[in-house]
Ligand binder design. Structure first.
Ligand code: ADP
Ligand code: ZN
Ligand code: ZN
Length: 742
């Protein structure tokens, strides 16, 4: 028997399978996805590899074929279905097979199981009492205390008991030697979910919820496995619907994955699931230790949990009976990976579901154009929740034209209208959220005399001004001391354009001196728990005003918030990205959705320099369909996804000249392969950020309506790159339907 093996080296030239003989003693022990050691290359150096296939014969001289040395130590086998998924990802998104395998298999090696030490009494109560009397007589106080504890509990946690009664290990050993007790170790799972008690309250579903659940259950029962879009405003009860659907799937002995953006994966959210599914729920997130991560994978694999909740990468949870994948907030850009293979969780979930025989539910209050278009084209089934569960009205939204404010002579970043409304809420003891479109936006230093902007020496972006007189690069972390004289013209009029979150905080504190203010952005949430700390402080009404970036608009319920202010709403419109309007619309809707979640109706104020833009107007009316219609026209006209598909070829190199030459050759090659009609080629262009960490960047875009035309072009370009020495010092990555600009 022969095995096809992918060698664990990330190098385009090695991106193919190599054949090895399976030694007889390993036959039957190895399977697709097994990790093995093989001699590789001329020196026969031993390398690790993954088996991706078997065959009865080999394609060249059987006498010269090398043999598998053995299993890789401490390795974990990749599920066969996940190997198949990895192959699809490689084909669909580019990159090498080994990169794809490592993506679907985030656990690198076996971790030592966590052990719990317990002390167990080995004598009867009577014998124990005799020992106790003896120790007391001999005045051996520590031994007596331990003996007493063991009479109270036949078994106890080792560390706990030592601490509790204040004895040390030598005392335990002494009693162990007399065979009064034994110390035993047990393997226990590391469990990141610290479950609090409590049961789920009985819920009577609304008619809309019932209808969505009914449709899903009927399809599921009939073996009709589909992808659904659950489109419902915030607070319309989507999470309850997911849980009911999961319950159905679990009843059938199947398992479910719930993807939630990491930022929304809060304790409260997890507890809602725990209240329904008990300890058969677990989570995956970036804060888990390798040991915790490994244990969650094993628990899933062994079927000891039914529901896995986590961000994008939880999609690869190795459930053996996967029945449902839920993607909450499916429109979030974080569902697209920034690493090769640059997969999108939505498409990859649909593919995994197809391989495993599962259903998919996408949920959103502001669906991605892809998802809604998918419903219109009949690929997905639309389930709608149009009303909030508690019947609260949607917030009343007003749009303020900031150009008019400037004309009136108001140069502040707060409009008069917003200022008055904040004052009003403070008097009523209601809470306010102020949302700034982007962290440290325009917090850059510029010279008012000559326009010079202070930039990072390694990246083509401006440095951001931070309190304490430092300037920091948000791409690479480079820092330098604040400067006071323009390096270009010598003018002293160099300063920060003040409108970052910190500046808003300073302004608010000055204008409303009595108010309690909290700020939440990447700077204030560095610590492990501070994110939750800030949110719970605000939920407990320890502050009146919460200022923040995107982070604060994501799915938290603050019933006492009756006013949301959006400062500089259109900022995200100006970034050069075809999804700018979509993102602006979603952010504004989410922000407005934060207001009025309690008994008092809410209000939102959107400040903008571009108030007539359709994304702002539609958001003010919370009119998704109007936005969708307008935005689809633009995408169709321009040939952007989902109307067509876009493939970005990102090239990076430390050598600018080499990069430019390589980029133009690649373009010429792309033009030659343009045998498929209608393939449009744009670039090569310098991306918005032309250099990061001293690596120059160029990007080439290919557009076509048919995705497969683009993957074929990718395959040909990969071959061309591999064959040409000139590309050795250029790193090339493909990105299909990118969600960010380059
Ligand atoms: P979404 O996920 O759409 O934002 P949730 O499922 O979180 O909405 O629901 C919002 C709130 O309303 C939650 O506190 C939830 O427990 C509650 N809720 C949802 N459905 C019902 C219902 N049918 N009856 C009563 N409360 C409900
Ligand atoms: Zn200057
Ligand atoms: Zn930098």
């Amino acid at each position: 028997m022969y095995a096809e093996i992918i060698i664990d080296i990330t190098h385009e030239k090695l991106d193919r399978t190599f054949e090895y003989k399976v030694p007889e003693e390993l036959e039957g022990e190895l399977a697709i996805g097994s990790s093995v050691l093989v001699p590789f290359g001329n020196g026969g150096k031993v390398r690790q590899g993954f088996i991706v296939g078997f065959s009865g014969e080999c394609s060249f001289d059987p006498d010269r074929i090398k043999e598998i040395r053995g299993r890789a130590p401490k390795s974990v086998r990749i599920e066969e279905n996940l190997v198949a998924l990895a192959a699809w990802m490689k084909e669909h998104y580019g990159g090498t097979m080994i990169q794809a395998l490592k993506t679907v298999w985030p656990v690198k090696k076996q971790e030592r199981p966590r052990e719990k030490r317990v002390i167990r009494r080995r004598v009867t109560i009577e014998e124990g009492k005799e020992w106790l009397a003896l120790f007391q007589k001999k005045n051996q106080k520590a031994r007596a205390r331990l003996m007493q504890a063991l009479l109270d509990n036949e078994e106890a946690d080792y560390g706990w008991i030592l601490r509790k009664i204040g004895v040390n290990a030598s005392v335990v050993r002494a009693l162990e030697e007399k065979q009064i007790l034994s110390v035993e170790t047990e393997k226990v799972w590391r469990n990141p979910v610290k479950a609090a008690g409590g049961r789920q309250d009985e819920i009577t579903y609304t008619e809309e919820q019932k209808e969505a659940i009914r449709i899903f259950k009927e399809d599921y029962q009939a073996g009709n496995l589909r992808t659904y879009l659950l489109y419902g405003v915030t607070g319309s009860g989507k999470t309850e619907v997911y849980m009911e659907m999961i319950r159905k799937v679990v009843e059938q002995g199947k398992q479910a994955i719930v993807l939630i953006p990491e930022i929304a994966l809060t304790y409260q959210t997890v507890m809602r699931f725990v209240r329904v599914f008990g300890n058969r729920v677990s989570i995956m997130n970036s804060r888990l230790s390798p040991g915790e991560r490994y244990d969650q994978m094993l628990r899933a694999k062994k079927g000891e949990i039914d529901v896995m909740i986590g961000p994008r990468s939880a999609l690869f949870t190795p459930f053996e009976h996967l029945g449902l994948i839920v993607i909450d907030e499916e429109h979030e850009p974080t569902y697209k990976s920034e690493q090769v293979p640059r997969y999108h969780a939505r498409e990859t979930a649909v593919k995994r579901a197809q391989i495993e025989g599962a259903s998919v539910v996408l949920g959103s209050a502001t669906p991605s154009l892809e998802a809604f278009d998918g419903c219109l084209k009949g690929r997905y089934r639309l389930l709608r929740l149009t009303r909030r569960v508690r019947r609260q009205r949607m917030a009343q939204v007003s749009v303020i034209d900031m150009r008019e404010e400037l004309k009136k002579g108001n140069r502040s970043i707060l409009s008069d209208c917003l200022r008055e409304k904040i004052q009003d809420r403070l008097e009523k003891k209601e809470q306010v959220m102020l949302f700034l479109n982007r962290r440290g936006f325009a917090g850059f230093l510029s010279c008012r005399s000559c326009g010079y902007v202070v930039k990072c020496p390694h990246c083509d972006v401006s440095l951001s001004w931070h309190k304490g007189g430092r300037m920091i690069c948000h791409y690479c972390g480079y820092e330098e001391e604040m400067i006071h004289v323009c390096p270009s013209c010598g003018s002293p009029h160099i300063g920060a354009f003040k409108a970052g979150t910190q500046q808003v905080e300073d302004l608010i504190r000055r204008e409303f001196p009595g108010a309690g203010v909290l700020r939440m952005d990447l700077d204030t949430t560095r610590g492990k728990e501070s994110y939750e700390t800030i949110l719970s402080a605000f939920a407990d009404q320890e502050a009146d005003i919460l200022i923040g970036t995107q982070m604060i608009v994501k799915g938290h319920d603050f019933p006492n918030v009756t006013l949301v202010g959006v400062l500089a709403a259109d900022l995200s419109l100006y970034i050069s990205d075809y999804r700018a309007a979509e993102r602006t619309f979603a952010l504004l809707c989410q922000a407005a959705g934060r207001a009025g979640r309690g008994a008092v109706p809410g209000e939102a104020v959107i400040q903008s320099y571009n108030p007539d833009h359709y994304s702002i107007q539609a958001a003010a009316r919370q009119d998704y369909e109007a936005f969708f219609a307008e935005e689809m026209k633009f995408r169709t006209l321009m040939g952007y996804p989902p109307a067509a598909h876009l493939m970005a070829v990102l090239m990076t190199s430390g050598d600018e000249v080499l990069l430019n030459t390589g980029a133009s050759y690649l373009k010429k090659f792309a033009q030659r392969i343009r045998t498929d009609s209608g393939l449009e080629i744009i670039g090569p262009a310098s991306p918005a950020v032309g250099k990061i960490k001293d690596q120059y960047r160029k990007v080439l875009y290919l557009k076509h309506e048919d995705y497969r035309v683009l993957t074929r072009a990718k395959d040909k370009m990969e071959q061309y790159i591999e064959m040409n020495e000139g590309f050795q010092k250029i790193r090339i990555q493909f990105d299909f339907d990118p969600v960010q600009t380059f």
